[in-house]
Design a protein around this ligand. Structure first.
Ligand code: GLV
Ligand code: MN
Ligand code: MN
Length: 393
C-alpha cells in the first residue's frame, strides 16, 4: 500500500485551520463548538471523496464506512479547551489516508468529545454501550450546559453497527516524554491506564473579606488547599511513580477579591494501570474530603464518578504494528504503556484494539505548544499502513 505523506500532512494542516488559535500550532475545537462542527463537515466531505459512506450517530461520532467487514481506524477531532493540532487529529487523518490508499476495506472514525467537555471519552463511551445516551445527556460542562443541549447541533443519521468492524487501530501522539527522550520514533502500546474523575464541592459560608475574623471563617478555598496538601501524604504508601493525580479545574464562588469564598467546586482526577489501586485512592479521597469538611465546618458533596478501567491491547493487532515498526524503524521503536486515555479503551469492549504512538516534542500535549516532527508523523502513518496491509495478507 502506497500512502501519500504530503497529502496526509496537507490534510492535517487543513484540519488545524478549524479552531486554529494561540501560539505555535494551537487549536481550540471543543466538542460541539462551531469549529468542531465545521471540521466534521469538512472531514465528512473528505471521507466521501475517499469512497466511504458517511454516517453520524446521535452523539456526533462521525464514521466513514467501507463496504462489508473492515478494520476501523481513527481517533477524535475535538480538542481540549486549549489544545494542540495533533491530539486526536493525527489518528483521524492517518486513518483517512490509509483508507483512501488501501485496496482493502478500511473504515474511518472521528469520535466525539474524547476530550471530555462533558465526561471522559463520552462519544466512544456511548457508542460502545458503556454509557447510556439518556444518562450522557444529563452530563454538564464546566459552564453548566448539558450534553443533551449541546448535541442538538448533530445531524443524526442513525446508529453504526460495530459488528461490521474486525478490529480498531488508533494512531496517536505519545503526549509524554518517553520517545522524545530516547530519540525513538515509534511506540507500540501495550496497555492503556485506567482513570477515575469526579467533581467535589465544599460548601462553607460566603462572607466579607475585611470584617470576618480568620477563626470564624468557613472558607471553601482553604478547605481545597488543606485537602490538596494532605492528599499527597495520604497517597504516599499507595501510589507508584507511574500513578498520577490532578486537580485541573477549580471554581470559587463568587470568585471575588473581597469575598471569603462560600463555595468551591473542583475536579479530582487520578490514573493508574492497576484497577485495585484506583479503588484504594478513591477511598482515601472520600475519607480525606469528609475529614477536611468537618474540620473546617462545611458540607462536602461528590459528583458522579466517571471512570475507565485499564485495558490491554490485542496481541494480534499489536504484533502487526510491532512487525511494521521493526521493518520501517529498525531498532528505533519500543513497546510502552499509555498514560493518556484514548477512545480505544471503550472500543476494546466491542472488538480487538491496538495503538501506535509517535513522539511529542518536549513531551508536551494538552497545550498550544504540542508538536511532532513531520518526518515522525509520516513514519507513523507508514507503520500504520504496513500493519493494515499485513493484517489482510
Ligand atoms: C485524553 O485526552 C486524556 O485526558 O488522556
Ligand atoms: Mn487524544
Ligand atoms: Mn487529549
Amino acid at each position: 500500500m502506497q500512502v501519500d505523506g504530503q497529502r496526509f500532512l496537507a490534510d492535517l494542516h487543513k484540519l488545524r485551520s478549524f479552531g486554529a488559535s494561540g501560539v505555535g500550532k494551537g487549536v481550540v475545537r471543543p466538542a460541539y463548538s462551531e469549529a468542531d462542527s465545521a471540521a466534521r463537515v469538512w472531514l465528512a466531505a473528505r471521507m466521501v471523496e475517499a469512497g466511504l459512506r458517511v454516517e453520524t450517530d446521535a452523539m456526533g461520532n462521525l464514521f466513514g464506512l467501507a463496504e462489508g467487514p473492515s478494520l476501523l481506524l481513527g481517533s477524535h477531532s475535538d480538542s481540549q479547551p486549549e489544545g494542540g493540532w495533533l491530539d486526536g487529529a493525527l489518528g483521524v487523518i492517518a486513518a483517512l489516508e490509509v483508507a483512501r490508499s488501501a485496496d482493502v476495506p478500511v473504515s474511518v472514525v472521528s469520535f466525539q468529545d474524547e476530550e471530555g467537555r462533558f465526561g471522559v471519552t463520552t462519544g466512544s463511551a456511548v457508542w460502545s454501550g458503556q454509557l447510556d445516551l439518556a444518562e450522557a445527556d444529563l452530563l454538564l460542562d464546566d459552564s453548566g450546559i448539558p450534553l443533551g443541549q449541546a448535541r442538538q447541533v448533530v445531524n443524526d443519521t442513525g446508529n453504526v453497527d460495530p459488528a461490521q468492524f474486525t478490529g480498531f487501530i488508533e494512531m496517536h501522539i505519545e503526549q509524554g516524554p518517553v520517545l522524545d527522550t530516547t530519540a525513538e520514533q515509534i511506540g507500540v502500546v501495550s496497555d492503556i491506564v485506567g482513570i477515575r474523575d469526579m467533581k467535589i464541592t465544599f460548601q462553607g459560608q460566603q462572607n466579607h473579606a475585611g470584617t470576618t475574623p480568620m477563626h470564624l471563617r468557613r472558607d471553601a478555598f482553604q478547605a481545597v488547599s488543606d485537602f490538596n496538601h494532605a492528599l499527597t501524604e495520604r497517597f504516599a504508601n499507595v501510589v507508584t511513580p507511574a500513578t498520577v493525580w490532578t486537580i485541573g479545574h477549580l471554581s470559587l464562588h463568587p470568585n471575588a477579591s473581597s469575598i471569603v469564598p462560600g463555595k468551591a467546586v473542583f475536579s479530582m482526577q487520578w490514573r493508574d494501570g492497576d484497577a485495585d489501586r484506583l479503588g484504594r485512592m478513591e477511598q482515601i479521597i472520600l475519607t480525606l474530603a469528609q475529614e477536611v469538611a468537618q474540620a473546617r465546618g462545611m458540607e462536602v458533596s461528590f459528583g458522579t464518578m466517571l471512570g475507565l478501567e485499564p485495558v490491554k491491547m490485542d496481541a494480534r493487532l499489536r504484533q502487526a504494528l510491532e512487525s511494521s515498526a521493526e521493518t520501517l524503524a529498525h531498532g528505533g521503536w519500543r513497546v510502552m504503556p499509555s498514560g493518556a486515555l484514548h477512545d480505544a479503551t471503550n472500543v476494546s469492549q466491542l472488538m480487538p484494539v491496538a495503538m501506535l504512538f509517535v513522539p511529542s516534542i518536549g513531551g508536551i500535549s494538552h497545550a498550544f505548544q504540542e508538536d511532532t516532527a513531520e518526518a515522525d508523523l509520516v513514519l507513523g502513518l507508514e507503520v500504520l499502513a504496513g500493519a493494515v496491509a499485513a493484517l489482510h495478507r
